[in-house]
Design a binder for this molecule. Structure first.
Ligand SMILES: NC(=O)c1ccc[n+]([C@@H]2O[C@H](COP(=O)([O-])OP(=O)(O)OC[C@H]3O[C@@H](n4cnc5c(N)ncnc54)[C@H](O)[C@@H]3O)[C@@H](O)[C@H]2O)c1
Length: 314
């Protein structure tokens, strides 16, 4: 297998701190640019690897990017203000990172450099009457976060050598933990608070484990000719679950979990959909971690956390 020189912005984040060690283990050279916004301590175990380079820097610093960019074969832009609540809290910073910095990055890349970028399936909003979505379904982003992800995906797909992964909501343990993601959040509540109040409890979402996300990037790196120029949904086909169904599943593992429904509260992107992941499955992607295994892993791992400060709003 070919070995590449790879740049990951935001590589110390929830996804990046699983993806970076995987790519290093596969013999690639990896440089991470991350400002460690959350004072996280991820990637400490990668420091010793001679193929790893860490630049603690803001991804908007175009001077720094320009000084290193030429040497990379592959760029994976993960640095972002992630999620609607954080973006709404500081819209200027969100736009400058999630949109402007990505546009500036694309401008300094050569056509030969491959970009593999996570976007989001939250832009599917509330789908057609069956709420069924594939990659050709109309996008209806409502939040600033989803709108800018959609804009960037359009620009991305207009450049050569690009791949977009519309990720489902990611779950599972990571060295830079995020407790604001739905499965992680609900499992934390079941474990620590023993109850939950659900709004829009019938709204369906799609999910994927963080290690399977790392695997899909790896698959695309090793088979890029087969992937370029395409957008793929990436999720577990057997995990299109409503919030209520997800809570019932968690309750199987933690029977004392009480689930209450509420009529107030609204999802900023009105996410309620059944996502088809057939296109990526047809390229040979087989997710390894089921939602049940993920919940089990979280029940074991979340015992570490005593406060809910590991969210993007803290
Ligand atoms: N986790 C999910 O469910 C999910 C779903 C769809 C798409 N995505 C996308 O995947 C990417 C990574 O998400 P994540 O879940 O790992 O989030 P995360 O918040 O854990 O990671 C973002 C990383 O970017 C860094 N960062 C933030 N601002 C920066 C700046 N100005 N300069 C340099 N670094 C900066 C943070 O320190 C962090 O390490 C994002 O683009 C996100 O939109 C995530």
């Amino acid at each position: 297998m070919n070995k590449y020189n790879i740049l990951i912005t935001g590589g110390a984040g929830y996804i990046g701190s699983i993806l970076t060690p995987l790519l290093l283990a596969n013999g690639h050279k990896v440089t991470v640019i991350d400002n460690y916004k959350y004072n996280q301590s991820s990637l400490t175990t990668s420091i010793i690897n001679k193929n790893f380079n860490l630049i603690k820097e803001d991804c908007r610093n175009i001077k720094v990017l320009k000084s290193v960019i030429k040497k990379f074969d592959i760029i994976i832009p993960l640095a972002a203000y992630v999620g609607a609540p954080l973006c709404n809290k500081d819209p200027w910073a969100a736009s400058s990172i999630n949109k402007e910095s990505i546009i500036s990055l694309f401008k300094i890349l050569s056509k030969k450099q491959l970009v593999i970028m996570p976007t989001t399936n939250s832009a599917y909003g509330t789908g057609n009457k069956d709420n069924y979505c594939d990659e050709n379904s109309k996008l209806k982003p409502l939040s600033l976060y989803a709108k800018e992800k959609v804009e960037i995906e359009k620009i991305l797909m207009n450049r050569e050598n690009s791949i977009s992964f519309r990720l489902a909501t990611v779950f599972g343990m990571s060295p830079r933990m995020r407790l604001d993601l739905l499965v992680n959040d609900f499992t934390y509540k079941a474990l620590k608070e023993k109850s939950i109040v659900l709004f829009e409890s019938h709204f369906k979402r799609n999910f994927i484990h963080v290690r399977d996300v790392a695997d899909v990037f790896n698959l695309a790196i090793n088979n890029s000719d087969n992937f370029v120029g395409n957008i793929f949904n990436v999720g577990l086909s057997d995990a299109n679950l409503s919030k209520y169904e997800l809570c019932k599943l968690i309750k199987k593992f933690l029977p004392s979990f009480e689930i209450y429904k509420s009529s107030s509260g609204k999802d900023p992107d009105q996410r309620n959909y059944l996502v088809s992941n057939k296109k990526i499955e047809n390229k040979g992607f087989k997710p390894k971690v089921s939602i049940e295994e993920g919940i089990n892993e979280l029940i074991k791992g979340l015992k570490i956390f005593n406060t809910k400060t590991f969210t993007n709003l803290h």
